[in-house]
Every structure is written in C-alpha cells, then in structure tokens.
Design a protein around this ligand. Structure first.
Ligand code: GUN
Length: 283
C-alpha cells in the first residue's frame, strides 16, 4: 500500500482564497482585517518568517503592520508597543515573533497581548480556553494539522491518536484539539521508553519533535494518517521532517510531505485567526 499524499499547499490555497474573499468583503464594509507583527532583533530565520507573514496578508486582502526593533529594545518599550497595538482599532491580530532577546521575559510579553488579538494562541488565556473547550484563537500549527487530518475525510471521533512531542506551541495544543474532536489521545515525548509500542496502535500519528527519522515504517499501523510537523535537514542539507517519509509512505494510508505538508498551513491558519478576530471585533 502506498499512502495518499495530504497536500498542504493545495489545502492552503483553498483556505487562503476563502480568507481573501471574506477579507475583501469586510474591507468593502470599511472593516479590513489587520495584523501587526513585532520583530525584535535581527535573527535571520525570524526575519524570513515575519516577511512571509506580511506578504501573505498583502496577497489575501489583509492590512498588516511590521514593527522591527533592534535587539537593545527594553521590555518596557516592547510592552508599550503591545499596549498601543492592543487599542489600535485597525489591528485585530497581534503577534510578537519568538524568540525574543534573553533580557526580555517572553511570557510577560505574550500575557500583555489582548486575548482577543492573540492570533498565535500562545497566551495562558488562549491555552486555558482550549483546555476548557471554550471558543478562542487556536495555535496555528496544530490548528493547521487538524485541517489536514480532516481533509482526508477520515472521522476523528473514536480514533486513537498519538502525538509525539509535548511543546506548548504544538504537542500540547495538538493533543487537546484531537481530544476535543473525540479522539483517544496518547502524548509521547523524549522520555517515552518504547515509542513504537504506542504509535503502532495509532490511527493518527502527529510527529512534532524536531528529530528526523523519529517515526519509521515498522512503527506505523497500516492505513494510519501520518502528519509530519518536523522541519529538519538531512545529511545532504535537504529539508526533511520527523518521519522517514520513503519508508512510512509504504505503510500509512495518508501522509503529509515535507516540504508541502504542515509548513504552508501555519501562515494560512494565522490568516484564518486574524480574519476570525476581525469578524469577532465587528460583531
Ligand atoms: N517563532 C517561530 N514560530 C513562531 C510563531 O508561530 N509565532 C511567533 N510569534 N513566533 C514564532
């Protein structure tokens, strides 16, 4: 059996077109959705991510503001910018790109973002909303993974899902989203002794550890849905995920490629969240 590819680029295109249509409709009513992005310092990877976010806004009818500050910005100065953007009526989504310089308390900055504008879904408030099953803004990467799983047409209810990884940005919210969709969820991590024993039971595996070849063909149940959140480099310097793609695709039912799987969905779900925040502000 060769797995069907879950095409994150194609799904992103569909979802982004819908965001674009709805954003332009809101603009026509004088309520263009707006995203503000704050970047502190000159980390090259962060600069690329931020540029892609701003570009995606421009391409899909969203207003965006990029504020780029030197690494010497103080926490007080950053908090003042967050406070100003919190009250800016043209801004519906606000994110501060991570990582921040070490002299800044990232948690304090995230906590200062108005929860209604927390389009990253990284705040304790947003995490609490998800934990308790209340509506709110969901972290973009796991939210995108849910859309990819749903796109297979497989019912999630009653299925066994294994999440590999327990980060606050992917693993934990992923587990909660799957639980909310009525899956039975197991969370595995670096201290799990026999990972394969768990993943072999899984109808859905989400790999989010940041280590290549974490999931190999012998660890996968035939027909399973495999979502690869990893972004690593192989020995040839080529981009690869956490899953041994060539091996696992011969066993799984569906699989996301890297690149072209989860990657494009992250910015897409950021746009979806910004639109949602703008719709909420307008209601
Ligand atoms: N750094 C890496 N990914 C992200 C993200 O999704 N949001 C923010 N704010 N910072 C990041």
């Amino acid at each position: 059996m060769t797995a069907t590819l879950i095409d994150g680029t194609a799904l992103s295109k569909t979802l982004r077109a819908d965001v674009g249509d709805r954003a332009r409709a809101m603009s026509g009513a004088g309520r263009q959705p707006g995203l503000a992005v704050i970047l502190v310092g000159d980390d090259p990877a962060s600069a690329v991510y931020v540029r892609n976010k701003v570009k995606a806004c421009a391409e899909h009818g969203l207003h965006s503001v990029l504020e780029n500050y030197p690494a010497s910005l103080t926490q007080t100065e950053l908090l003042a910018r967050v406070a100003a953007l919190n009250t800016d009526a043209c801004i519906h989504g606000l994110l501060v790109q991570m990582p921040l310089p070490p002299h800044i308390d990232a948690q304090a900055v995230i906590a200062a973002i108005d929860p209604r504008k927390d389009v990253d879904g990284f705040s304790v408030h947003s995490a609490g909303q998800l934990m308790t099953g209340l509506p709110g803004l969901r972290p973009a990467t796991p939210y995108g993974c849910m859309k990819l799983i749903e796109s297979t047409g497989m019912a999630i209810k009653g299925k066994h899902a294994v999440v590999i990884g327990r980060s606050n940005t992917v693993g934990k919210p992923m587990a909660l989203l799957l639980l909310q969709a009525n899956a039975t969820v197991t969370v595995c991590h670096s201290a799990t002794p026999d990972l394969g024993q768990h993943t072999r039971q899984a109808d859905i595996v989400v790999a989010a550890v940041g280590r290549r070849n974490t999931l190999t063909a012998d660890m996968v149940k035939p027909g399973a849905v495999v979502i690869d959140v990893g972004m690593n480099r192989n020995d040839q310097g080529k981009l690869c995920g956490d899953v041994d793609f060539d091996g696992v695709r011969e066993v799984a039912g569906w699989i996301t490629p890297v690149p072209g799987g989860v990657g494009p969905m992250t910015i897409t779900m950021l746009l979806v969240n910004t639109l949602q925040a703008a719709l909420h502000a307008a209601s």
